[in-house]
Design a protein around this ligand. Structure first.
Ligand code: MIC
Ligand code: SF4
Length: 748
């Protein structure tokens, strides 16, 4: 975003904030300042945390190549000539990690040519900045180029909050939200509750930014942040670099938070200057008071935030989370005992650092500092060591400064600047399929199947420096802080705490930037979608609601336990079809655990009784018979990714209603946008009532109204019925989406 736009925003803030202070009768947090100064219409807007639906004007939209395909296909349906807000596309998710940066890039470009051509031509036509494959991972590139204090952006990726490291409210959303904002509509979100995290003390030694967020994951759990903004402040915040702050905000997605952000400070200004934005740093310094919470808030946080957590950074130990969920946390010092107790394989099969979460210069330096100690002592890494730089800028800088050669000396492989092993795009040959094995990484997600596509891989997440040290021990039972490993001479070797500069002393090196500006005249550009493509398919509008209640629908699937978007619509090899709704729908619920059988990905056909078929096969059969179906789910259903395929595939194959104990924010919105009715049990115990042979009716739909419960009736095989109450969070406008068949239909 150009400095003049930022200047205009800052100039508009004082008057808007004053009006808000008067109207609310109190001082403002930073999150509130940003929301208020981006209100579509402050005066008519209702403000009520946890209740009101906010209509906001975003400063920017970011898309990546996996979710961005659907976002653009939907934007195209709106029939606009140009995007209404600054937007970018980033090619990062589709690059497979196999044999190292160069070969992987070449392979990706040829494998994904069709998709890249589509994204490139659509970007050129509609006025969108295009970041080529290899330029970097969306969140790192956004942090380096576009994020700024006090801004509001949305991105079709759940880790968009990474930009909170620079004091921006950056929110992960589905592609439809992005498409609409790009088409010029106000963007809507539930007025979030606020969690204040007050940091005291100072990070030092082994403790790093990652430990703050892994510790919080354990404390707040994967649903603790749902519909909340997490705002960090306090004297301890200044001991964290801007990129460290980015790590914390990035992984706030694992708490389900709407977003996370830090108050503006000198370390953000330093980062803006180091990334060629001295003008923006100066602007922010001049508006400093508007880019932090009001002094009254800092003096009495409990009065201004809905919840407050205090963390003394001087006492924070390094943490590690996993396997299978990011909230399974403990200090590294307690891991060995748990590994023994649980019988997890202690041998680490791979150690990975980098990704959008942890690939700052500081991260790389601290990891290299550990590697150098080991090299000097004559040690060799015991496990394969893979490095994913977040951007071309980081890649070139660590190359210039010798960090990369350190990693190479320990036997490490530097992969392309892309998502690769973080999103199931990691082609491993070292373990057999379904072989139980352990890996450690500095990434943010660890759902089963997340990295190499195998649900048997147990993935642990921790800081890059701990990952690196563990690579030399080759064992989860090694505590780098307190433990020793045998040196080459047999004598115990102990690491000293990592050190690293926050920003490169010689500045960032520049590589091939990889940015392409849109065409001056978009009219002359044609969007490229080959007619016979198996990767891209133009969207057909979903049918309107026919005005009738849902009567005696079968249950396609009742999921048990964690049902993330990775369970509903897996990534990995399926990324190939992210632009082709029909093809990608073959992956529907492949990872979901069938509550009736305990098996993943398969269920019985409720009409024929046939078993052993994938949920997609069953759904396609039902659809062919003209039968719609329902989904029953557990807690925090749809947690994880923003991918709207997890809502579109069910919609496409006949889902009418999804009834769960609770939803993750982005997925609930995605269902609403696609015209599926998302309901929650008024009494979560009702989940237990649903049996395989039941038929489900949802009645009174013509009277569907905001805040009004809905009756759901279970028709049992023995002819009896049970009626339960279910709740929904649809606003009147969203009910309009349901009736129109989708938000997009309602818009037209
Ligand atoms: C992820 O980390 O799960 C992803 C892959 O970046 C997703 C987006 C996607 O599925 O394409 C996300 O976080 O939203
Ligand atoms: Fe890519 Fe992983 Fe970051 Fe998602 S979390 S954007 S897959 S690096």
């Amino acid at each position: 975003m150009a400095a003049d736009q930022i200047k205009r925003l800052y100039e508009s803030m004082p008057a808007r904030l004053d009006r808000a202070r008067k109207r609310f009768g109190r001082a403002l947090t930073l999150a509130e300042k940003i929301l208020v100064s981006h209100a579509d219409n402050f005066d008519t807007q209702e403000w009520s945390r946890g209740k009101a639906q906010l209509r906001l004007r975003v400063d920017r939209v970011a898309l990546q190549d996996a979710t961005g395909q659907m976002a653009l296909l939907q934007f195209m349906q709106a029939g606009k000539k140009q995007v209404a807000v600054p937007s970018t596309v980033h090619c990062d998710h589709l690059i497979r990690a196999q044999s190292g940066a160069r070969e992987d890039m070449e392979r990706a470009i040829s494998e994904n040519r069709e998709v890249y051509n589509f994204l490139h031509s659509a970007s050129k036509k509609y006025g969108i900045g295009f970041w080529k494959p290899g330029a970097g991972i969306i969140h790192q590139v956004v942090l380096e180029n576009y994020a700024f204090p006090g801004g509001l952006m949305i991105g079709a990726d759940s880790h968009t909050p990474n930009a909170g490291g620079l004091g921006m409210a950056a929110i992960g959303v589905g592609g439809a939200d992005c498409g609409e904002a790009m088409a010029g509509l106000a963007w809507e979100v539930l007025d979030p509750k606020l969690i204040g995290i007050r940091l005291t003390g100072k990070l030092s030694g082994w403790s790093s930014a990652k430990d703050i967020i892994t510790y919080l994951c354990g404390l707040l759990t994967v649903k603790g942040g749902t519909n909340k903004i997490i705002e960090y402040f306090g004297p301890g915040a200044e001991s964290i670099s801007a990129t460290g702050k980015g790590t914390i905000c990035n992984m706030g997605a694992e708490l389900g938070a709407t977003t996370s952000l830090f108050h503006f400070d000198d370390r953000m200004a330093a980062y803006l200057r180091a990334t060629d934005r001295a003008d923006q740093a100066a602007l922010a310094e001049r508006s400093r008071e508007h880019l932090v919470a009001d002094p009254e808030v800092l003096a009495d946080p409990k009065k201004h935030y809905d919840e407050v957590v205090e963390i003394n950074l001087s006492e924070l130990e390094p943490h590690i989370v996993g396997p299978h969920s990011p909230d399974r946390a403990r200090p590294v010092s307690r891991l060995a005992a748990e590994v023994k107790k649980e019988g997890w394989p202690p041998a680490i099969k791979a150690a990975l650092i980098g990704s959008c979460t942890n690939s700052s210069y500081e991260d790389m330096q601290r990891a290299a500092h550990i590697a150098t100690q080991a090299l000097k002592a004559g040690l060799k890494a015991k496990t394969p060591f893979l490095v994913t730089p977040g951007s071309e800028r980081i890649y070139q800088t660590i190359k210039r400064d010798g960090i990369m050669s350190t990693f190479e000396q320990i036997g490490g492989t530097v992969l392309a600047n892309a998502c690769g092993p973080c999103i199931g795009q990691w082609k491993r040959s070292d373990v057999a399929t379904n072989e139980v094995n352990t890996i450690v990484s500095s990434f943010n997600r660890n759902f089963p199947g997340r990295n190499d596509g195998s649900a048997a891989t147990m993935s642990f997440l921790t800081s890059p420096e701990i990952v690196t040290a563990m690579a030399f021990a080759g064992s989860l039972e090694f505590d780098p802080v307190n433990g020793t490993i045998p040196g080459p001479d047999g004598r115990p070797f102990r690491f000293t705490a990592p050190e690293g500069e926050e920003l490169p002393a010689r500045g960032f090196a520049k590589g091939e930037e990889g940015f392409e500006a849109p065409a001056a005249d978009g009219d002359r550009v044609e969007v490229q979608i080959p007619a016979d493509s198996e990767r891209l398919q133009l969207l057909q509008p979903f049918p309107r609601w026919d005005g009738r209640d849902f009567i005696e629908l079968p249950i396609l699937v009742k999921t048990k336990g964690k049902t993330t978007t990775d369970h509903i619509s897996p990534a990995g090899t399926w990324l190939r079809y992210r632009g082709h709704l029909d093809k990608i729908s073959d992956n529907m619920f492949l990872g979901a655990v069938n509550a009736f059988t305990g098996e993943a990905g398969k269920g019985a056909n409720p009409i024929t009784g046939e078993t052993g078929k994938t949920f997609t096969q069953v759904a396609r059969d039902l659809r062919a018979r003209g039968t719609s179906w329902v989904v029953i789910g557990d807690e925090n259903y749809g947690e994880g990714s923003s991918r709207e395929h997890a809502a579109m595939s069910p919609r496409y194959l006949g889902a009418k209603v999804v009834i769960v104990k609770s939803f993750a924010r982005i997925h609930e919105t995605n269902l609403k946008k696609q015209g599926v009715l998302p309901l929650t049990f008024a009494d979560p115990k009702d989940y237990d009532r649903f049996e395989q042979t039941d038929r489900v009716s949802v009645t009174g739909l013509a009277l569907l109204a905001s805040g009004k419960p809905v009756d759901v009736t279970l028709h049992k095989a023995d002819g009896t019925t049970v009626t339960i109450k279910c709740l929904h969070t649809l606003t009147e406008e969203q009910i309009g989406w349901f009736k129109a068949g989708s938000a997009l239909n309602a818009l037209k």
